[in-house]
Design a protein around this ligand. Sequence first.
Ligand code: KDO
Length: 334
Amino acid sequence: MSLTRRSFSACALALSLMVSTAPTALAQDKVTLRLSTPASETDQRSVSLAEVFGPAVTDFAVYEPHYNASLIAQGAELESIATGDLEMSIASAQELATFFPEFSIFTAGYVHQSAEHQVAVFNDAVMDPFKQKVEDELGVKLLAVMYLGKRHVNLRFPRSEKDVKTPEDLAGVNLRMPGSDAWQFLGRALGANPTPMAFTEVYTALQTGSVDGQDNPLPTVVDAKFYEVTKQIALTQHLVDLNYIAFSKAVWDELSADQQAILQKAATDAAEAARQAQLKKEEDLVSFLKEQGLDIYEPDLAAFRTTVQQEYLNSELAAAWPEGALDRINELGN
Ligand code: KDO
């Protein structure tokens, strides 16, 4: 069949219509991954998710972070993922322990010994039943472990007024702890009177004196500017704290195997980038905080470790820990 001018223009028109509709017809719609976190945009975990995770999944997903608990209140993120109102969060073991009491093993003071210990535990078979239960019963996949840092006691009093050597010195101190029960237990185990409070309210509470202190790692004390309204940090390192990158199982199941592999690697890489950044900050920030006028010192660590560990071992929390799990976690830390 010869190609006449008329048939040529008809073909050209049909082709132009196909091309003009191709982008919507052929391109797969990208899934939007809303993340809600109480952390600020400049927190290392937020930075690494935005700089490493987001770009790595951009072929099939749009990463949409919401900081300072602006989308979902701190502690409500996992429920929101379960109901399909959120796709990702930076979850804590304490929040998971409100659903699954056995997670309190990862919230116990002086159990995790380092960032690398956290990674060894997360990747060990001991973690498998914990991960499986969260997937099966909450519809949440724990993709990676993030290093939040070593938590210390940070008080608004100068050391001349309150010198923290042992847990006895925290008697009567109104110490803000995050809301979950596991956090309140830790506050009591330290010897203090814990007050439940959302992270975003802590600065004002310290400034007005409605709490006497709070506990967070040095990078958080700097990022949230708690050093502006506090006078001392007793380096209790009572919890080598962690978060998990929590991800919607329903969204995960909609992805192809290749997309799942890309997303998993993106989460692992983002967690590693944040870990290294957080560890570096922990080294650098003691001198910065001293320059800001804070008194930073080491308390009687043996007294704190012995007291806190005893509180946990005698507690109902420990009764929920799977047989042999603590021994395995300790083995991985040595
Ligand atoms: C906090 O509220 O003190 C805490 O450190 C608890 C962590 O689990 C995590 O939620 C963290 O806040 C936020 O990511 C803000 O850093």
